[in-house]
Design a protein around this ligand. Structure first.
Ligand SMILES: O=C(O)[C@H](O)[C@H](O)COP(=O)(O)O
Ligand SMILES: [Mg+2]
Length: 308
């Protein structure tokens, strides 16, 4: 059973019960480039109460540095790079530390600059991604395109994430690498989100794009690095001993049940779902206790508004 946050005393209780707040971004902090109501004031309130705040996004279109710029631009001050975790960073760390891909191997990217930047920051050469040669005005598909017929023998991994400029050539080139060498090139994905919350509508999510090449190749990703995978949770706890020792002093705030809420629950934290993104109140209220969030709220900004 879950509890709706709708009164000032509940906000005071949350401020007393938790020292660490992990925030999902899309559908919680903002929708696209639109910051949600009273989020700035709520974050300032938490800082005033000396709370530790982290941002954990599955949106791989941006690297952490890009998110720092976005926070600044949207009026959220003083966010440090160590407080920001994204699925593009989690994927790059996976390729380096878990897959242990040699740096002389290249990475084929189906995705945006966020993935490219985080991989390049670790010393990898990326192919595909935002390469302008793959997006030409009025591009008439040509099966003899070099991206399809001259595969790079140095590609040692295929990675896939949210792609906002997708086309048949990019999908088909990705498929070539997934089928190459008897389907043995490692296939790493950023996240499973099937939809992407936008103002007043749902857009195609990374999970649906990844599913396209997964279905065509008959391959499931060897790893999916974003929430609910606990790799980002473990990275946060590694830098935050207090949360590691007492995860119940932590609260995961998100908008999606099968990523954010599962991520928080599996990490041992309490959870709060906001209704500004993917989920609907009637669905949340009907959940069995084992999968229901600890709390839910109409929006994050209610923390501030209820105290006025
Ligand atoms: O399609 C996607 O990738 C997701 O909708 C997007 O990444 C969600 O980001 P988050 O809510 O984890 O900030
Ligand atoms: Mg979200």
């Amino acid at each position: 059973m879950t509890t709706k946050i709708a009164a000032a005393h509940q906000v005071h209780q949350i401020l007393a019960d938790y020292d660490y707040f992990l925030f999902d971004c899309d559908g919680v902090i903002w929708l696209g480039d639109h910051i949600l109501p009273h989020v700035v004031e709520t974050l300032a309130l938490l800082k005033k109460h000396n709370k530790t705040v982290f941002f954990v996004t599955n949106n791989s279109s941006k690297a952490r540095d890009d998110y720092l710029e976005k926070f600044q631009k949207l009026g959220i001050p003083d966010v440090d790079k160590t407080e920001v975790f994204g699925s593009s960073y989690a994927l790059a760390v996976y390729v380096e530390k878990i897959l242990k891909l040699p740096k002389d191997k290249k990475v084929w990217v189906l995705g945006e600059a966020g993935i490219e930047k985080e991989l390049r920051a670790l010393g990898y050469t990326t192919l595909g991604g935002t390469d302008p040669a793959l997006v030409a005005d009025g591009l008439k598909f040509d099966a003899s395109h070099p991206a399809l017929t001259q595969l790079d023998p140095d590609v040692g991994a295929v990675v896939a994430g949210l792609s906002l400029n997708i086309n048949y050539l990019k999908l088909s080139a990705t498929l070539q690498y997934l089928l190459k060498d008897n389907k043995t090139i490692p296939f790493i994905a950023t996240n499973i989100d099937l939809t992407f919350p936008s103002k007043g509508m749902l857009l195609i999510g990374a999970g649906s794009i990844i599913e396209t090449v997964s279905f065509a190749s008959g391959r499931q990703p060897d790893a999916i690095c974003g929430k609910p995978n606990l790799s980002m949770m473990n990275s946060i706890k590694a830098d935050c001993p207090g949360l590691k020792e007492n995860p119940k002093r932590g609260l995961m705030v998100g908008d999606r049940l099968n990523t954010d809420m599962k991520f928080g629950r599996d990490g041992g934290l309490d959870t709060l779902l906001v209704l500004t993104g993917i989920e609907k109140e009637e669905v949340v209220k009907a959940l069995p206790s084992e999968t229901a969030p600890t709390y839910y709220a109409d929006k994050l900004g209610d923390f501030f508004e209820l105290l006025q």
